[in-house]
Structures are given as structure tokens and as C-alpha cells.
Design a protein around this ligand. Sequence first.
Ligand code: 5GP
Length: 128
Amino acid sequence: MVYDMTYNPENIFAKIIRGEIPCDKVYEDDHTLAFNDINPQAPVHVLVIPKGAYVNMEDFHAKASDEEIAALIRAVGEVAKIKGMSDTGYRILSNTGEDAHQEVPHLHIHVVGKRDLGRMLGKPKPEA
Ligand code: 5GP
């Protein structure tokens, strides 16, 4: 199956950007919003998103301006600083499409830390 790259403006993060549903904001600038994940997987679990309508990293890579791309990466660094992880370390990841089990179809970068995060990837499930 090919992941649908048509942006759905009714996705939950689009509603957060429009202020229709609340979020626990960590950082914001002209192009970017960062907020705490509703179901944190670590003591720090922040989602960094562009304010523009991009389905995922593929879509962002193809269509975003250099300014938007720079802002997103800078925002990750700001979040690390705000959350006091610049010295202890942290992990960023962005699930893109089906193989990565992306659930929300608006680009988001997970920033997690403040615990030992283990190795990078788990093993795949054995074939049934
Ligand atoms: P994905 O699997 O798409 O990479 O991750 C989606 C993330 O969004 C999950 O970690 C999930 O907990 C988070 N999430 C889903 N709905 C909401 C919401 O309404 N508010 C916040 N803050 N996070 C959400």
C-alpha cells in the first residue's frame, strides 16, 4: 500500500495548530510548534511539528521552504535546551508512512529523553 500523501486538514495536529483543541505547549515560533505528547514514552516526550500542512517527512522534504526546514530543526534544539537534555542526550525520530506505523498524518518529530533509551530499534516480530 502506498501512503496517502493528501493532507487531511481534520487531523488532530491540524486542530491543535488552529487552536481548536488544546496542547501543553513547550515551544513556538513562526513556523513551528512543540508540545508534550499525550501518551509519553519517556519522562520527556515532546512532538515538534511544522505549522504548515505536511503529511510527513517525504512531503516536507518535497515541498517545504528552506526557512521552514531550518526552523523545524532549530526547534528540536530549543526543546532539548528547554527540557534540560543538552548534556544528558536524547533521541529524535519521525515515523513516516506505513512501515514506520505513522498514526497522525501531519509531520511530527518525537523528541524523547530523561531516561536510558536503550538501543535504537527493536527486533521485528517473528513471521507468523
Ligand atoms: P506517530 O505514531 O504518528 O509517530 O505518533 C503520534 C503521536 O501523537 C503518539 O505518540 C500519540 O501519543 C500522540 N498524540 C495523538 N493524539 C494526540 C493529541 O491529541 N495530543 C497530543 N499532545 N499528542 C497526541
